[in-house]
Design a protein around this ligand. Sequence first.
Ligand code: ADP
Ligand code: MG
Ligand code: MG
Length: 876
Amino acid sequence: MAKWVYLFSEGNATMRNLLGGKGANLAEMTNLGLPVPQGFTITTEACTQYYEDGRQINDEIQSQIMEHIEKMEEITGKKFGDKENPLLVSVRSGARASMPGMMDTILNLGLNEEVVDVLSAKSGNPRWAWDCYRRFIQMFSDVVMEVGKKYFEELIDKMKAEKGVTQDVDLTAEDLKDLAGQFKAEYKEKIGADFPTDPKEQLMEAIKAVFRSWDNPRANVYRRDNDIPYSWGTAVNVQMMAFGNMGETSGTGVAFTRDPATGENKLMGEFLMNAQGEDVVAGVRTPQKIDQLREVMPEVYEQFVGITKKLEDHYRDMQDMEFTIEDKHLYMLQTRNGKRTAQAALKIACDLVDEGKISEQEAVAMIDPRNLDTLLHPQFDAKALKEAKAAAKALAASPGAACGKIVFTAEDAKAWNAKGEKVVLVRLETSPEDIEGMKASQGILTVRGGMTSHAAVVARGMGTCCVSGCSEIAMDEANKKFTLAGKEYHEGDWISLDGSTGNIYDGQIPTVDAAIAGEFGRIMAWADKFRTLKVRTNADTPADAKKARELGAEGIGLCRTEHMFFEGDRIDAFREMICSDTVEEREAALEKILPVQQGDFEKLYEALEGNPVTIRFLDPPLHEFVPTEEEDIKKLADAQGKTVEAIKTIIEGLKEFNPMMGHRGCRLTVTYPEIAKMQTKAIIRAAINVSKAHPEWTIKPEIMIPLIGEVKELKYVKDIVVKTADAEIKAAGSALEYEVGTMIEIPRAALTADEIAKEAEFFCFGTNDLTQMTYGFSRDDAGKFLDAYYDAKIFENDPFAKLDQTGVGKLMEMSIKLGKATRPELHVGICGEHGGDPSSVEFCHKIGLDYVSCSPFRVPIARLAAAQAAIKDSRN
Ligand code: ADP
Ligand code: MG
Ligand code: MG
């Protein structure tokens, strides 16, 4: 028979998966001999079983719970509903990963009027007994029956007003008794039944409520944000109560062994006398600083400080603890590795190494890579932010803080920026033509579009703050104004955005630039020592490349050449190329583009100082580049000596039913080989020039052909590249070497990777396309149904943000195996957005990739995640 329930004395800290974090640590503290009110833990497996049984606790689990109630009664010498010595318990949730405040807790369970009378008589403290009872009714009603806290709070406020007092502690025993009566009446009215009096019935209902709370909307969102699988389930802890509300010799508090905001090595915390549970954090009264406990209760304070040291040394990490003092007796109710800011995480890790408590490897392993993001972008000045009130909240699409004057078009953004103004670009949605304007902006705010909209994806790539999908904005783009939260905003008005929370603020909140402080550098240096996976960056411009190098990138894994066509008058020549009728016309336009591309590539090679650079040939459908404005169409027509009508006909002809699966990628080279020839020339000439200027660098261009599905397709394009490149190299009398490889982003390429590898010298997984093509839905449309998929538990995560290891991952693994069987020296990377997602990076390490490539601002995150993957690997 499975064991579903464990006494605290039967568990320990390593049993986290089974007992949840809280349960495992209560057991560990028990083993350490600390004063912990005793009880038992119902396992996470019992929670999973509850859901499997159709949301019911089966007989076997029920009977084990009953057995353990008896054991608990023996251990504590108290009994549920007893006339002499009644047992009261708390029922607390606790998942494997801590989810603070996500699920619910019930205190003082086991009470009814009779028990209250017993407690009053025995303690001579009826105020306490009734306070416990009214709290219990309140929590039970809220958590178990979902009556809603506010009704009870209203009754308390009414009572306080009637009695002319401001604080709960000023209410007398009589008042509280009265309140308990009112609460029960409220319960009966809302639920239609009497408040349960049998402690065992109360307990079963409470346990079910905790299991149920695993599936509440708050918890579901938290799990998605924090990569916690739904399948884990939560444990339930049933623990004897320690009473902090017995009077002035009792109290409750929370403390951290180090400052969770700064990491400073100093005990931090707060407590309240004559209080219980959440009173401290709920702000019913202003709590006292933990240091003051030294004056209030010196002995308890000394004992507590001793325990905090013991716990930190034992866990070798900063601890977040809850305690209660019951009539001068200290009880420990919880300890866990405390949540902390990114800054504090770095400091604490370094300090623990310096104090000789942990190794460098452990320091690297203890930092959550996702946290680093906040350190890499500008932040609001903390003080100014505190005083600000958000006008609205939308999607936190790309982190960082932005403060600037509102502009409504990409052109204005550019123009104002050139004048030295800081701007925030506000648009219904963005399109590829807006890129330059987006770059010129501090932040981007869109009315439409989700986390994977154009604005969001591009902004994340650029490391620019973006808040998207603010449907509360009533936009009037034509008149350059919008209304939000009752206020009309015009061009030039100040606005501030927080891309990490999605908050939008009226007016100016000053920002401070991100600093890569000393500890950050230390941790990163350690990470680099341990990782085996290389980290490259996706960079399209020399500026991005430089930024990424500063952040530790070891090469460029993806340069999207199309992004080089937007700037200045380049787009004009590019449009001429697209709207050519003949090969000659196209070649003439390409001649104009060639020197510009070559110049860009030279700057990239210079920025990379001999580190590898993978350049991808033109990939997107040409339709994305054609002019939409009448005046631009006219300009193009004039330049080419064509009629406006003729241009419009060409544009019309470029339209596709499904551009994502249309005329793009290598297909463009098959139809217009002259484009590939031009790009080859630009790359080879740039490489030769930079090699000459810097003989100390080894420059070996990596030319990447996108969207290959068939080896013959690759061979066809490769032949064009090789012929052109070899001619260039020969003409220059150079000894330059280069490689031709391919993206693996179409499932057919993955399936035939052995064939593809005959021609490809390297593979790079384009997991954005590979995900869309494997699932058969597009990233841009997924926003329409992903929420429904989350609700239905079909998906737990956005597969465009977190790699689908089961399906897409299988294709990747297969490609590597097949590819290396054909060509053992094949090198393999990933350049989809997944390259910067920690769990995806870990997967890439596991399946043997050589490198991941991600946007510049995610490079440190990938470096850390890669190190953690290697450390984990070496421990197994
Ligand atoms: P959370 O995980 O949200 O912190 P907890 O289960 O830790 O929820 O409990 C909420 C509050 O109730 C905490 O302040 C905790 O210290 C207090 N509490 C829980 N169990 C007991 C108990 N047995 N005796 C006294 N206080 C308790
Ligand atoms: Mg807690
Ligand atoms: Mg692609």
